[in-house]
Write a protein that binds this ligand. Sequence first.
Ligand code: ACO
Length: 352
Amino acid sequence: MTGVTIIGTGSYAPGRPVTNHDLARVMDTSDEWIRPRTGIHQRHYAGEGETASDLGFRAAERAIEAAGIDRGEIDAILCSSMTSDYKFPGSGGLIGAKLGIQGVPAFDLQQQCASMPFSMQVANGLISTGAAKTILMVGADAHAGFMPWKDWDVLYGERDAEVSPEARAQATKHRGLAVIFGDGAGAMVLRKSEVEGHGFLGAQLHTDGDYAEDIALLGGGFRSRPFLTKEMIDEELYVPRMAGRSLFKHAVKKLPKVVRELCARHECTTEDVDWVIAHQANDRINFAVRDALKLPPEKVPSNIARYGNTSSATIAILLDELIRGGKIERGQLLCLLGLGAGLHWGAALMRY
Ligand code: ACO
């Protein structure tokens, strides 16, 4: 038996990094608050007009180059984004068009921070049924559009001015959410492994819609007629609602459990796992997962310090860094792990 495996990875982060000190120019926050609570030192933001498909396209180009294939060999695209270019359609087709492979079917998945384990399950299904041979899988998010400030030039230090007290108060109201997200994209090219016992082994996936509003974008939804109103803008519902503490508790409970369940189904122990490539929402969440699973720190790597939470992209960006850096080796057992808006959570096992 062989499953789908990764033959090339790529990632992309836009613009120059924005530090925690930079954020303090537009809201009441500080490096002293953000760093110890989250592990985040800086993040990147998409520029004006730069979209999830632009970021995804850049990461995809790098993944295709690393895979050493011609882009014409891609016969399916799997795209995950919670900040797609349009409310609809999704960004997958736009990435295909930017790559010049129009006509290739694109699937848009919406599992947010849990997207990679879910997408891996779908990719394996497409390949094992013969529906596809070479899949481009992309996670891309451009959250800049929901950031609660307008004075980008002050944020970047391009204009030496104080923001108005009203603007500062507005940004500060949403600071718990705003400081953790950053923009970026990660991509992988997937094919069936040629080595017996290698590739995707299985996934353990869960969804519980009862907690949909633990993190959700309440503005611009079809619960309302029309689906977008001036009142939604006035009430700042273009900034997602996030129940940070509740999500934190879900994550530290559900993530270790799902890894144990998955390992038990595949007759391995958590000790057999070489790398837990976990979603990067908060270092403290991953420290708790690591402790619960009794894993050494080096098996649960982190890059949140440099990117913040890039939602659908975190796992693919981290994988790209570890594979390009020569850290992950063929034959090692990887566990991709994430929890995000939905609530969706899950883990996927792959012998790389
Ligand atoms: N700067 C300074 N002070 C702040 C900030 C900030 N950025 N944010 C909040 N505070 C203040 C609050 O106002 C509050 O002050 P008070 O006690 O005087 O009222 C205090 O700090 C504590 O605020 P909490 O919101 O309770 O902070 P918490 O300790 O929960 O940390 C955090 C917030 C970091 C967001 C944490 O809850 C977390 O990481 N949760 C998980 C979030 C997550 O995983 N989200 C992604 C889900 S994935 C997806 O799919 C997109």
